[in-house]
Ligand binder design. Structure first.
Ligand code: ADP
Ligand code: ZN
Length: 215
């Protein structure tokens, strides 16, 4: 499959993307994950991105486009990809359109994950992430908790609350989403690529996306 997942922070893009990779071997491409490992490794990219990310602001479009132009040409993308957290702005969407034309790649559709705001807020403040960069399993202290001592059930590393999951950063991320990313819904509607899924359970959403792919 070749799809874009669109949705507010906390809409479940990461979880849905991971489940979809198990379906047909398409790779998940998360710009957030790529940036977080660059920050952790202290690469030049990570040094540039960190201050934006900690505040909950978007990283400049030019940096993101450089990452994505290289990433989409890696061999593992040939079987398909699920874009998670990209594009995030209208300029990124316009650049992506040019890039896909150049690479002769056609998208199946853009899946817009629609989740009520109170559900989103609750999910973001209760989210914990495994600190192991190879794992990054996502937990929720209410609905899907890690082990009692806070370690990951998959790899035993500690689960942590991300720096951008403080209340202040979360409010900022949601505002940034409304201002910069929500306009992509109209953009992809015009392109004839938009499919909206009311997304309360990741499993149901994955099933709906698979059905849409097969129809
Ligand atoms: P979220 O849970 O907010 O969807 P992500 O893991 O997708 O978070 O991204 C974390 C942070 O990385 C964002 O708040 C932003 O600073 C940066 N980021 C990720 N993807 C992009 C992008 N496409 N454009 C600009 N910044 C990005
Ligand atoms: Zn883990």
């Amino acid at each position: 499959m070749r799809i874009i997942l669109l949705g507010a922070p906390g809409a479940g893009k990461g979880t849905v993307a991971k489940l979809l990779t198990e379906f047909d071997g398409s790779v998940q491409i998360s710009t957030g994950d790529i940036l977080r490992s660059a920050v952790k490794e202290g690469t030049p990219l990570g040094k540039k991105a960190k201050e934006y990310m900690d505040r909950g602001d978007l990283v400049p479009d030019s940096l993101i486009m450089d990452i994505m132009e290289a990433r989409l040409q890696e061999p593992d993308c040939r079987n398909g990809f699920i874009l998670d957290g990209f594009p995030r702005t209208i300029p990124q969407a316009e650049e992506l359109k040019k890039l896909l034309t150049k690479l002769n790649i056609k998208l199946d559709f853009v899946a817009n994950l629609d989740v009520p705001r109170d559900v989103i807020l609750d999910r973001l403040t209760t989210r914990r992430t495994c600190c192991n960069p190879e794992c990054q399993a996502i937990y929720n202290i209410k609905s899907n908790p890690p082990k009692e001592d806070g370690t990951c059930t998959l790899c035993n590393h500690q689960t942590i609350q991300r720096d951008d999951e403080t209340e202040e950063a979360i409010t900022n991320r949601l505002e940034t989403y409304n201002q910069k990313t929500a306009p992509l819904i109209g953009f992809y509607e015009k392109e004839g690529l938009l499919k909206t899924f009311l997304s309360l359970s990741s499993k149901d959403t994955v099933a709906d996306i698979k059905k849409t792919l097969q129809s």
